[in-house]
Design a protein around this ligand. Structure first.
Ligand code: BTN
Length: 266
């Protein structure tokens, strides 16, 4: 059995001081254990907490991923956090936040660990062809109006994965060969998110262009399910909203707005 030594605990004081004057991180909480940071933030959103609130947990007992998957992580070694957003832009623009969050995660990982991070459209960040982070974007309506919860899980200092995950998951530690200062990475994440969230209003075209440059999926052959039918094609790019363009076997270009049924072929 591998022995997992906890990393340094997240330093709340350092986080608060680094994020002074930023919108993201206007309120920051660090919990030893929560069910799910996203469920916790949803409750705080319903109770009227502000745009920019961030909640970290050292450990989650009911961490959630997309499609009702579980998200589990060794306590104290990775990053699990959720951000409350109340964007001024119309609701139709909110799905863009997934692209913006994925870019922020790539920037933070690269600046702190010096590795290359790519986006597996739309919600995953890949390091050396394996998943290094996942994003769960959820919209709710509560007493103080609609809000979004961006839940982000980053594989940071985990140094081994069970056999069944070894080909699909990795961590910054495994890719860079070095233990990462999680508080420094958390600060970099929040600063990058602060920058990117502003682009929901102005500059989204540039973000799409960058997401396209950083795409792990573009150029790959994939299958996707559309209107109940399975299509096979090649990912060719992103449109102005960050949706995936796929050229099918007849040469028709399809636009995919959700990744639910997208499977890259090896
Ligand atoms: C995915 O890849 O399917 C998305 C994973 C999102 C996991 C994070 S961890 C912090 C936050 N709390 C949760 O319960 N889920 C998200």
């Amino acid at each position: 059995m591998p022995v997992h030594i906890p990393s340094q605990p997240l330093n709340l004081r350092r986080l608060i001081s680094a994020m002074a004057g930023h919108v993201v991180g206007t309120e920051i909480q660090v919990h030893e254990e929560l069910g799910s940071t996203s469920d916790h933030v949803r409750g705080l959103g319903m109770a009227g907490h502000p745009h920019g609130l961030v909640v970290f947990a050292e450990s989650q007992t009911a961490g959630r991923g997309r499609r009702e998957n579980r998200w589990s992580s060794e306590p104290g070694r990775d990053l699990m956090f959720s951000l409350l957003l109340r964007p001024e832009a119309g609701l139709e623009f909110w799905p863009r936040l997934t692209t913006l969050a994925a870019l922020a995660v790539c920037h933070a990982m690269e600046s702190v660990a010096g590795i290359q991070a790519l986006i597996k459209w739309p919600n995953d960040v890949y390091l050396q062809d394996r998943k290094g982070a996942g994003i769960l974007a959820e919209t709710f309506t509560g007493g103080a109006g609609a809000f979004m919860v961006l839940g982000i899980g980053v594989n940071v200092n985990t140094d081994s994965y069970p056999l069944e995950l070894r080909d699909i998951a990795t961590s910054l530690r495994l890719v860079s060969g070095r233990e990462v200062d999680r508080t420094a990475l958390a600060v970099a994440m929040l600063k990058a998110l602060d920058q990117q969230v502003k682009r929901l209003g102005v500059g989204f075209e540039e973000s799409v262009a960058e997401a396209q440059q950083r795409s792990w999926l573009i150029g790959k052959t994939l299958t996707a399910r559309m209107d109940g039918q399975e299509v096979r094609g090649t990912a060719t790019g992103l449109n102005h909203d960050g949706h995936l363009l796929v050229r099918d076997e007849r040469g028709m270009v399809l636009t995919l707005s959700s990744a639910e049924q997208v499977r890259p072929l090896a």
